[in-house]
Design a protein around this ligand. Structure first.
Ligand code: NAI
Length: 457
């Protein structure tokens, strides 16, 4: 039975392990942290002290509470020291053989009722469990980085996990102040599977010259309220990690995904332009490097919109709309009311001047995009919804848990399924079909989840 008296073991004192140990100690548990590297234990301890000092500074914690939390933590290089643990969460190197070996030693030292969990991002829980004596007591508890800040924990049952153990672990995560989401043991679980089109659509837009990088990132932030654009976010994550995650999931699903790993991102990898950590990624972080500038559209000859078709993107290009109506057309990207910009693609110079005039009258900046099916942000939101719809259709998690996971695991401004519902499912289906027709790319075909629901609507 997992309760506040349970001693929690954490294996690995790195980025994730230290964060998870802090969360458990802050929830009142005695916590024992194991690492094979003494220096890593020291860094973990210092990192937690710093994190707690920050909370004291912000008035979220008293000095006394911070000291009590740190006293609940102990640090070891000896697996035997984890014998009192009723729950052990593993966050060591992402290598199945090394993980299995550690879990076997943990099974040897802990009580038969102890729950063992892995924080793996990419390995199968069921596969790791195959090497274990008590697979019913083993599951995935997938935290997000930084663990003390990010609310989500995916709770993953392997084929042999006892449902009671999964339910107890789920309840414990909630008592730790986390938002728990149950997920099936599929590659990427919920978030790392559903979020992939966010990055790939940003890269594809850059590859196709939809706009320059800074303008692309700006539009994701401004039009939809994402905290960071996909390219700048990739620079933070590191393109080696981000590209490998994409490639691993693409391969695991045999290419049947809503994204393709980006050849341009692969080029950055080959050139060792991995992002902030190497001083150069999509952007240049060298001292004195020019700040990336957004490009806004302007016109010297404003034009009224009489006789020009203005419409929100329905997946068709402005050229296609113009051909079907016989009039010049400007097609607009998705935008929330809070957006400061309007992004559009025109079919002609007249339509361009009219769209810029329209933006100026609305008090917004104008951004001209290349005339691509579904434009930029709209296409990305559609494809995120598609990936979420597939996950729901595959029973990876409930539709509510999928939205919750994206809102809290990667801080999206809205859940993809809720967004699709609010946008209207028949329109989502039609727009995805229009993009698939115009690009000739079947990965944009609407998920069966939406086709069925739209049919019922
Ligand atoms: P990290 O490299 O920062 O830390 C790993 C730690 O484990 C190191 O201190 C290393 O000395 C220690 N270690 C390695 N082998 C060991 C062993 N056999 N016994 C004891 N200690 C050992 O790695 P990070 O980023 O914390 O990742 C850990 C796990 O968490 C991986 O499975 C990763 O896939 C997963 N994960 C990582 C996330 C991230 O954003 N970094 C997010 C969610 C999960």
């Amino acid at each position: 039975m997992l309760n506040s008296e349970t001693v929690v073991g954490v294996c690995g004192a790195g980025a994730m392990g230290a964060g998870i140990a802090q969360v458990a100690a802050q929830a009142g548990h005695r916590v024992i942290v194991l690492d094979q590297d003494e220096a890593a234990l020291g860094r973990g301890r210092d990192g937690i002290a710093q994190g707690l000092a920050g909370q004291v500074k912000r008035g979220k914690l008293t000095e006394e509470e911070s000291s009590a939390i740190q006293r609940r933590l102990s640090w070891t290089m000896d697996v035997g020291a984890l014998s009192p643990c009723g729950l052990v969460i593993e966050a060591i190197v992402e290598n199945p053989a090394v993980k299995t070996k550690l879990f076997q030693s943990l099974e040897a030292v802990t009580d038969a009722n102890a729950v063992l969990a892995t924080n793996t991002s990419s390995l199968s829980v069921t596969e790791i469990a195959k090497g274990l004596a008590r697979p019913a007591h083993f599951l995935g508890l997938h935290f997000f980085n930084p663990a003390p800040v990010m609310k989500l924990v995916e709770v993953i049952s392997g084929a042999q996990t006892d449902p009671k153990i999964a339910a107890e672990s789920f309840a414990l995560m909630q008592r730790w102040g986390k938002l728990a989401a149950s997920a099936r043991d599929v590659p990427g679980f919920i978030v790392n599977r559903v979020a992939r089109p966010y990055y790939s659509e940003g890269w594809r837009a850059l590859e196709e010259g939809a706009a320059d990088a800074a303008t692309i990132d700006f539009l994701y932030r401004d039009l939809a309220g994402f905290r960071m654009g996909p390219l700048e976010l990739g620079d933070v994550i590191g393109h080696d990690i981000n590209y490998t995650a994409a490639k691993t999931i693409f391969d695991a699903y045999g290419g049947k995904t809503r994204f393709k790993p980006s050849p341009l991102q692969a080029e950055h990898l080959a050139k060792k332009q991995l992002g902030r950590k190497t001083g150069r990624g999509v952007y240049d972080y060298a001292e004195g490097a020019a700040k990336p500038a957004m490009r806004f559209a302007e016109t010297d000859s404003p034009l009224a919109d009489d006789g020009i078709v203005f419409m929100q993107s329905d997946g068709r290009t402005a050229k296609a709309v113009s051909e079907s109506t016989g009039k010049p057309a400007a097609v607009f990207d998705f935008a929330t009311p809070a957006a400061t910009a309007i992004a559009f693609a025109p079919s002609s110079d007249e339509a361009r001047r009219a769209a810029i005039t329209h933006a100026a009258r609305a008090g917004k900046k104008a951004v001209e995009l290349a005339d691509r099916p579904g434009l930029l942000v709209f296409r990305t939101l559609l494809q995120l919804a598609n990936a979420a719809g597939d996950a729901a259709a595959d029973d990876v998690a409930s539709p509510e848990a999928i939205d919750l996971a994206l809102l809290n695991g990667v801080n999206y401004p809205f859940g993809p399924l809720q967004w699709a519902n609010e946008h209207s499912l028949p329109r989502v289906v039609a727009a995805l079909n229009a993009i698939a027709d115009a690009t000739g790319d079947a990965m944009y075909r609407p998920s069966s989840y939406f086709v069925e629901k739209a049919g019922q609507a």
